[in-house]
Design a binder for this molecule. Structure first.
Ligand SMILES: [Zn+2]
Length: 168
């Protein structure tokens, strides 16, 4: 777990560096997955879908883009010529509308490197993948087993792949 924490801290330092350098809002997209194995077949597929969506949505506004890896999982980082609140709105829309949205974590930091919360948009907290209650509370109370959450995510990824077949 130590390397996960280290990589998380490194990623945050990177984000601060990028926002300090460009003086622009910074977006950081990741997949969330329970347990220590953050790099696996499921997160790879979800990350690919995430980067596709982020590029389609934010690519035109990005002056910088990079992908970071590590024990904490992959992440895509962009510096954006966009108002940070607008960027956060667009990010939340992806989290809510995309079939894999509940596996996505898209953070937006303002020009000073402060993260924007969902509260800034008067948005409700994120819902749990399994029971639909507030996700944070389920995590804190460890209401669902890691295996149960993984299974739900595997099902999501499968549905996503099925849905894509009809659009090629
Ligand atoms: Zn739950």
């Amino acid at each position: 777990m130590n390397s996960i924490l280290n990589d998380r801290e490194q990623r945050f330092n990177q984000i601060l560096k990028i926002s300090g350098y460009f003086r622009l809002p910074v977006l950081c997209g990741r997949t969330n997955f329970p347990g220590p194995e953050k790099n696996n077949g499921l997160t790879e597929k979800a990350f690919l879908a995430l980067t596709e969506t982020i590029q389609a949505t934010f690519g035109a506004a990005a002056v910088y883009q990079n992908e970071l890896g590590g024990a904490d999982g992959q992440s895509i980082v962009m510096a954006l010529v966009l108002d940070s609140l607008t960027a956060k709105k667009m990010a939340v829309k992806i989290e809510e509308d995309h079939l894999l949205g509940r596996m996505f974590d898209i953070d937006v930091y303002d020009e000073q490197g402060f993260p924007l919360g969902r509260e800034a948009l008067r948005k409700k907290p994120r819902k749990c993948l399994i029971c639909g209650q507030e996700a944070k509370l389920c995590t804190r109370a460890q209401r669902h087993s890691v295996a149960e959450v993984r299974q739900a995510m595997a099902f999501l990824v499968k549905s996503y792949e099925e849905s894509k077949k009809y659009y090629v």
